[in-house]
Write a protein that binds this ligand. Structure first.
Ligand code: PAN
Ligand code: ZN
Length: 190
């Protein structure tokens, strides 16, 4: 009698991924040097501060295959600016992606090729379609870990330079009440 295999397990309540050998990548503040608006606030924090990690199921990376990974983005701020992922557009820019909110609260910042930004709330159960040609970044606006599941074509790749010097046109800062508010990246007084 054939015994059914136990596949990898995603705990949708906690975001924990297990039951498989995972490929993990961790990103620290030093890795994102200069990305946050306030260099003085950045200098106060340890460069080793871990901002996020991504745990991925190993894929074969071939044409037609899909990648799946969970991003765990810490809660915290650099000055007034909430912790966020570096953000990217896919190297094969036409390739789309899905994000699914697992735990915590945050925002998904989307920016199209014309520089037009759109924000979606991320929360447990939220579903986000990221079309091709749209740059994307997660922002943790809550007080707990934000985790989100992502599924994208293995051939998509990541282009971290395509956004150029200007990067995303919108930043997410905490107001005096701690609530997120948006400023355009060229706005002063951050
Ligand atoms: C995600 C991201 C992950 C980390 O898996 O790669 O959230 O963000 P950065 O890649 O911008 O550092 C995804 O969008 N994959 O395509
Ligand atoms: Zn992506």
């Amino acid at each position: 009698m054939m015994t059914p295999m136990i596949p990898p397990i995603l705990n949708f309540a906690t975001g924990n991924l297990g039951g498989a050998e995972l490929v993990e990548k961790s990103t620290t503040l030093a890795d994102l040097q200069g990305l946050f608006a306030d260099p003085h606030a950045e200098a106060v924090l340890s460069p080793d501060t871990q901002l996020y990690r991504v745990a991925m199921l190993p894929g074969n990376g071939g044409e037609g295959d899909l990648n799946m990974g969970v991003t765990y983005l810490e809660a915290g701020r650099v000055g007034q600016e909430f912790f966020m992922t570096r953000g990217h557009i896919h190297a094969r820019a036409e390739q789309a992606e899905y994000y699914f909110g697992l735990c915590g609260r945050g925002l998904l910042l989307l920016q199209d090729m014309a520089g037009v930004c759109l924000l979606e709330q991320v929360f447990p159960g939220s579903v986000h379609h990221i079309p091709g040609h749209v740059a994307h970044r997660l922002v943790n606006t809550g007080e707990t870990l934000l985790s989100a599941l992502a599924v994208w074509p293995a051939i998509a790749g990541h282009d971290y330079n395509a956004m150029g010097e200007c990067g995303f046109a919108v930043r997410v800062l905490a107001g005096e009440d701690g609530m997120p508010h948006l400023v355009t990246s060229d706005q002063q007084g951050m």
